[in-house]
Write a protein that binds this ligand. Structure first.
Ligand code: GTP
Ligand code: MG
Length: 419
C-alpha cells in the first residue's frame, strides 16, 4: 500500500516585536498538525509588519518556501494566520503544494472529532462557509479533494465542494440545525425545571476539562493528550457530599486566534455556557503559557457575553507543578475569585473542589419556611423539584416545610411563604 505523505511545512508571519508570541503560536500549530495526523517537516517564518495582500509572505520568502517544497517533495503548507482565497491560490501557484490556514486546520480537527448530529452539522456548515471558498479558488477537480489534512468532512464523509450545490446544502443543514436546536431548547427547559444549579466547564483545549467531569461523575468522556478531543457537550448530574445535586456540562475547548466566525458557528453548543449559573474555568497550571491561555479563555467568555458570571478557577495538573508555582498562580487571581488546585487525573484536591462547588451552588440561596395547606399538596410536590428540603412538619394548618431555595423559586412559591 502506498504510504500517505503527511509531511507539512508551517509558515508564520509576525510583526516587529512579535517573535516570541509567533514562536508560541507555531508550537501550538505543530500540535494541531499532529492532532490532524500530520507531521511538521520544516517551519518558515518572516518578520513583516503587514502581510502581503497577494501572497501573505514576501516574494523572496515565497520562492524560498517553493524551493523547500520542491526539493523535498512536500505537498502541504499550513499558514499560522488566516488567508484569503486569493492568497491561497497565489501561493499554491508558486509552490505547487496545497495550502491551508490555521482556521481550516482547526475545522479539520473538529470534523474528525464531531460525534453528535448537531456537532457534525455545525462543523460542516462552518467548513462550507470558511473552507469551501478557499478550496474552490484552486480550480482543480473538486471531486479529488477530501482525505488530506484540511479537506476532511465530519465523520467518515469527505467535504463535498460543488459550487452549484453549495447554497442548497447550506440551506438544508441550517434547517436541520434549527430542528436540533429545538430539541436542545426542550432539554434545557427540562433541566431548568429540575431547579438544580448548573455549572459549565470551560477553558483552554487540553486543560483537563473532560478528565475533571469524568473524575466527578464517571462520565466516560474521551480524554486524551490531543487538542480538541471534545467537541460535543456532555451534561451529567453530580451529587455533592452534602447531598446537593447539580448539573455539570463539559464543552469544546478554546484556543488562541479562534476567529469570531468559528465561535459563532458553534453557538448552539457553546450556549450551554450562557445558560449555566456559574463557570468552572479549568487551567493547565503546568503549562508555561497558562496565564496567556487564561486571558484567551476570558476573552472568549466575554465574547459569549458571560463575562460577568461567577467563576471557579481550577488550577489543574498540580502534580506537574512545584508548590511555589501553584502559590504564585493562586496569588495572581487575586482575592476576589474562588480558586482551587487539583490533579484531575488522581483526584488529589477533590475535597477542596467540592467544598468550593458547594459554596457556588449555595450562592444566592436562602433558607425559607413555607406552609402548604392540606388542599395544596400538588404545589408542595412541585417544591420538591426546585428546592433542597431540610425539614417537614405536619401541623393543624398544613405542612410546614423548611427548604433552601434560590430567589426564583422563592418567588414562585411566594404565596406559601410563612411570615
Ligand atoms: N498529569 C496530569 N495530566 C492530566 C491531568 N488532568 C488531565 N490530564 C491529561 O491531560 C490531557 C488532556 O485532558 P482532557 O481531559 O482530554 O482535556 P480537555 O480540557 O477536555 O481537552 P479538549 O477536550 O481537547 O479541549 C489528557 O492526556 C489527560 O490525561 C492532571 O491532573 N495531571
Ligand atoms: Mg475534552
Amino acid at each position: 500500500m502506498e504510504k500517505i505523505d503527511n509531511r507539512v511545512i508551517t509558515v508564520s508571519v509576525y510583526p516587529q516585536g512579535g517573535a516570541d508570541e509567533a514562536e508560541r503560536s507555531l508550537l501550538e500549530l505543530e500540535r494541531l498538525v499532529d492532532t490532524a495526523g500530520g507531521e511538521v517537516f520544516a517551519t518558515v517564518t518572516q518578520l513583516k509588519n503587514t502581510p502581503d495582500v497577494a501572497t501573505c509572505i514576501g516574494e523572496g520568502k515565497l520562492n524560498e518556501l517553493a524551493d523547500i517544497c520542491k526539493n523535498n517533495s512536500i505537498k502541504k503548507i499550513v499558514f499560522d494566520c488566516e488567508l484569503t482565497p486569493a492568497q491561497i491560490k497565489n501561493i499554491e501557484n508558486v509552490t505547487e503544494a496545497d495550502v491551508i490556514d490555521r482556521s481550516m486546520l482547526i475545522l479539520d480537527i473538529f470534523a474528525l472529532h464531531a460525534t453528535t448530529a448537531e456537532g457534525k452539522i455545525q462543523v460542516e456548515l462552518a467548513q462550507l462557509k470558511y473552507t469551501a471558498p478557499r478550496l474552490m479558488g484552486k480550480g482543480k477537480d473538486m471531486s479529488r479533494l477530501g482525505g488530506g489534512i484540511g479537506t476532511r468532512g465530519p465523520g467518515e464523509s469527505k467535504l463535498e465542494i460543488d459550487r452549484r450545490r453549495l447554497a442548497s446544502r447550506m440551506a438544508f443543514l441550517q434547517g436541520e440545525l434549527r430542528e436540533l436546536e429545538k430539541n436542545r431548547l426542550t432539554m434545557r427547559a427540562q433541566r431548568d425545571r429540575s431547579g438544580l444549579p448548573k455549572a459549565c466547564i470551560a477553558g483552554y483545549t487540553n486543560a483537563g476539562k473532560s478528565t475533571l467531569l469524568n473524575l466527578l461523575t464517571g462520565a466516560g468522556i474521551l480524554a486524551e493528550d490531543k487538542l480538541f478531543a471534545t467537541l460535543d457537550p456532555t451534561t451529567r448530574k453530580y451529587q455533592l457530599p452534602s447531598g446537593i445535586e447539580m448539573l455539570i456540562t463539559d464543552t469544546v475547548g478554546f484556543i488562541r486566534k479562534l476567529p469570531h466566525h468559528l465561535i459563532h458557528a458553534f453557538k448552539s453548543t457553546l450556549d450551554e455556557t450562557v445558560y449555566s449559573d456559574f463557570i468552572i474555568v479549568v487551567v493547565d497550571a503546568s503549562d508555561d503559557e497558562c496565564l496567556q491561555q487564561m486571558s484567551v479563555t476570558e476573552g472568549i467568555l466575554e465574547s459569549l457575553e458571560v463575562g460577568d458570571k461567577p467563576r471557579l478557577y481550577v488550577f489543574n495538573k498540580a502534580d506537574k507543578c512545584t508548590p511555589e508555582r501553584l502559590y504564585d498562580l493562586r496569588l495572581f487571581r487575586g482575592g476576589s475569585a474562588r480558586v482551587v488546585t487539583l490533579c484531575a487525573k488522581t483526584g488529589e484536591g477533590l475535597e477542596e473542589l467540592t467544598s468550593q462547588l458547594e459554596h457556588m451552588c449555595r450562592a444566592g440561596k436562602t433558607t425559607e419556611v413555607f406552609l402548604f395547606p392540606y388542599t395544596e399538596q400538588g404545589a408542595l410536590n412541585s417544591l420538591y423539584n426546585y428546592a433542597e428540603i431540610k425539614e417537614t412538619k405536619y401541623i393543624d394548618e398544613g405542612v410546614l416545610v423548611e427548604a433552601v431555595v434560590d430567589s426564583k423559586t422563592k418567588g414562585m412559591f411566594k404565596k406559601f411563604l410563612k411570615e
